[in-house]
Structure formats: C-alpha cells, structure tokens
Design a protein around this ligand. Structure first.
Ligand SMILES: [Zn+2]
Length: 346
C-alpha cells in the first residue's frame, strides 16, 4: 500500500465486497470480483475465492497492471493467465488473480466492481438487450459488450467497445461492470444501475417438499440449499427458458450445459437411468428442484441464480443462448478447472 488513504480505500473495498458477496442478487458463489488500482498495482479478488469472505479471509491479490495491459494489447496469450502478472513479493499465499483481471485492468477508473447481478443478467440474455438497456440507461455513459468467453477474449471485446468516459458495461450473457474513482462512488453507481435495470420477478406457488423427497427416494438427491431455487421449476416460462440451454458461463461451470427436466411420472433415479448419468440438479415441473447429494455449494448458488434470473426475463423476448462451442470452451478450460477445484475444496 502506497499511503494511508490507499489502505483505507482497500479496507472500504473489502467491506463493500463482503456486502456484495452476501447478496445473492448481486453475486453467487465465487462469481463477481472487485478491484482497486494503486499506482501501477491492481488489487483484485483471487480466483476461486468468494466475495462474501472479503472481510474474514485474505482474498485480494496484487497484479502488475501495465505489463498485463501491454500483453492484452499485443493479444499475447499470456494475458489469459493473469497469475503470471501477480506480484509475488506481496502475495505470500500464492493466490491466483481472478480470470477476469483483464476486465478490471482495461477500465481506467481506480475502482471496478464486476457483478453477476440477476437483474442485469436477465436483460443481458435477451436479444433486445441493447435497445432496452439504452432506454433504461439514458444519460449514462455505458457500453454493451457482446458475449465472449471470460478472460482474454472478453477483454478484447471490451477494448473494442470502450470509449472515453464509459463507466458502465453490460456484458451480454454475463453481467455488469461499474467503475468510479472511489469505492463510495462505485457503490452508488452500482445501486443506481441495478435499480434502473430492475424488473419484478414473476410470482410462483410454493414447492412441494414432501413430493420432492418422494421423487428423490433412495437416489441420494436432496433439496436445494435455498428455497428460492425451486422457482424455476414452478413457472412454465422459466422451465421453458432453462430447458432450452445455457444462458451464462457460471451456470455451465457449476451445473453443466443447460438444465435437466424430469418427464411426467419420472423419479430422480429414472432421470439418471434415462441420461446414463446423474445431473447436478433436476427440475420437476410444478413440483420443485432436487440437487445431487454431492452438489457443491457453488452448484446450489447457481441453481438459485437460475431461478432468480429466469423469473425476471420478459416472457415474450427472444433469448440468446450460449452455443455448443461456447459451452465446450467453458467446460474444457484450465482456469475454470482450477476455480472449480478451489470451490470444491472450500
Ligand atoms: Zn463474471
């Protein structure tokens, strides 16, 4: 830390990070990340750590920013491995910087918040996102960034859309970035954008816990960690949206491609027999959701996220799904395998 003021900003960022991480409508599991620039050092959340732990655990890693930005500009594949740019002397635990470090480095503002805000994602999966966001964000310096895989491809997509003064990015099929010169301003901007993009979730009836336990039988499947996760199975439109494919990267990473719906009369064991594999979660239309017994806390968080996102999507909108190739590149990606391993361990 260069000065006392810098140390205070980093402390403020950690407090804000913990608050953001504790709100499932803003981040889920190890998703989302925050950063502060101090001179040429970028302090950024470590890969695989959870923002909610920002006050109780050391989750921020220092990165040499100029050399990372130069690598992005050269389109050097090294920029896709931000751990090569971590400042070892200030990183005694050997944490790896977030795979989204390049997103933060490219924004010129000192403080950057990247969140998987469910209001933003629900709009960012709609084919009409850019027009609808333009209507809602009138007067704000924002940019729309088409979907790219997080890491170097996304950083290049942002570089193409970034104009001087832009401090809000809507990342298609992904989330939101806001940036400001201070933590307090960044927090205000985050809440302002979130309220401008907010939409009401469709109401659903209650899940039938007893019926779900009967459907689980001896299969080892269990109820989700959050009761809110059931909503996706209790709304016909949400079910249709979930069944049609994968809407954003962390869904694929924690729950696999798309969602599995039980057919009428099927128990959890029947679904596993039909597929030849036990999926991390099963949606039982009009009944609720079951999670595989060994599903991680990240899988639970993403299952709830799916319910929160789909309940807010305009039911008349055409949706953009990740393509088969985009699904595959997420599943077979070293950096993500590392993040998942940490998540399973934690
Ligand atoms: Zn993200």
């Amino acid at each position: 830390m260069a000065t006392k003021a810098d140390a205070q900003e980093l402390a403020a960022l950690r407090a804000l990070s913990a608050a953001i991480g504790g709100n499932p409508h803003l981040t889920q599991a190890a998703g989302g990340n925050t950063s502060l620039k101090v001179g040429d050092t970028l302090w950024i959340k470590a890969s695989g750590t959870w923002l909610k732990d920002a006050l109780t655990d050391d989750i921020m890693v220092p990165v040499a920013m100029t050399s990372l930005i130069e690598a992005v500009e050269r389109r050097d594949p090294a920029a896709d491995k931000p751990q090569a740019f971590a400042i070892d002397a200030l990183n005694p635990r050997g944490l790896r910087p977030s795979i989204e470090t390049t997103v933060h480095a490219l924004m010129p503002q000192r403080v950057v918040l990247h969140v998987h805000c469910v209001d933003t994602i629900s709009l960012a999966v709609q084919a009409d996102c850019e027009a609808e966001a333009a209507r809602r964000l009138e007067g704000i310096a924002w940019a729309y960034v088409p979907y790219r895989r997080p890491g170097l491809p996304l950083a290049q997509g942002i570089a193409e859309r970034l104009r001087p003064g832009v401090d809000v990015l809507i990342l298609a099929n992904h989330g939101l970035v806001v940036a400001a010169e201070t933590v307090a301003e960044a927090e205000r901007l985050l809440h302002r954008i979130r309220s401008l993009l907010a939409r009401q979730a469709r109401a659903v009836p209650k899940a039938d816990g007893a019926a779900l336990m009967a459907l689980a039988g001896q299969s080892g499947y269990r109820l989700p960690a959050d009761i809110e996760a059931h909503a996706v199975a209790l709304d016909a439109d949400s079910c249709r949206m979930a069944e049609a494919g994968s809407l954003y990267p962390d869904h694929v990473i924690f729950l696999g491609q798309g969602s599995v719906l039980a057919r009428p009369g099927e128990h959890a064991a029947d679904v596993a027999d039909r597929l030849g594999v036990s999926p991390p979660s099963i949606l039982f239309p009009d009944v609720g959701v079951l999670m595989r017994g060994d599903a991680s806390s990240g899988a639970d968080a993403m299952q709830r996220c799916l319910a929160d996102v789909t309940a807010r999507i305009d039911i008349t909108a055409r949706l953009n799904y990740l393509t088969a190739a985009e699904n595959d590149e997420l599943v077979n990606w070293d950096a993500e395998q590392y993040r998942q391993k940490l998540n399973a361990a934690g």
